[in-house]
Write a protein that binds this ligand. Structure first.
Ligand SMILES: [Cu+2]
Length: 198
């Protein structure tokens, strides 16, 4: 089951040490082994670099903001955590794991990763487009524009099919016909998520 936990203050503290990779991923949610950790500053599309986070809207996701994504392997499966720093304060954003890497165009990151794939794409059926079958990382920022959220799953990604985390304009919808939709794609970080490592 997916569980969203927002701990903005902790995110601010941990992300403050952004020059050093390790501290950003401390405080493992649920325990386990860190298998992927990536941290980056958002850069505008005009300076697009596949290794950095990109912002498609420098007002809602400022070019100075930061993002950190981590994946842990643990007894129940995996935990994905997203941390952001320096976004708009007291604002709710949608966020998900997507199937393709970020590109210069917001659509480059493709659809959401789904554990059980909806035969009908784009998927807006709540039976498939839900936070248990996909990885949803919606968050609300604190007064500094910081947030941290994690999502736990009993399954693992298929190899090469989970490639990015996308930040959207608003909270993710859940109703029939618009489930999984969260508005414009504001920013993106390509992440080399791991498949089941036995
Ligand atoms: Cu998305």
């Amino acid at each position: 089951m997916a569980a969203g936990m927002v701990t903005g203050a902790v995110a601010a503290l941990l992300l403050a040490a952004s020059a050093v990779a390790a501290p950003a991923y401390g405080g493992t949610p649920g325990g386990g082994d860190l298998v992927v950790g990536k941290e980056s500053r958002f850069t505008p599309v005009s300076e697009f670099d596949p290794s950095d986070a990109v912002t498609y809207d420098t007002k809602k996701v400022p070019a100075s903001a930061r993002i950190a994504v981590a994946q842990w392997k643990n007894d129940h499966g995996m935990t994905i955590r997203l941390k952001v720093k320096g976004l708009q304060p007291h604002r709710t954003y949608g966020a998900h794991v997507h199937t393709k890497p970020c590109g210069e165009k917001p659509d480059a990151s493709g659809p959401h990763y789904q554990n059980r794939k909806d035969p009908r794409q784009p998927s807006t059926d709540p039976k498939y487009a839900n936070p248990e079958n996909e990885v949803w990382l919606d968050f609300t920022t604190d007064s500094d524009g910081d947030a941290s959220v994690s999502s736990k799953h009993s399954w693992w990604f298929r190899q090469g099919e989970a490639r990015s985390v996308v930040i959207h304009d608003h909270k993710t919808h859940t109703g029939q016909g618009h489930a999984g939709m969260a508005g414009d794609r504001l920013g993106c970080l390509s992440v080399p998520f791991k498949h089941a490592a036995k």
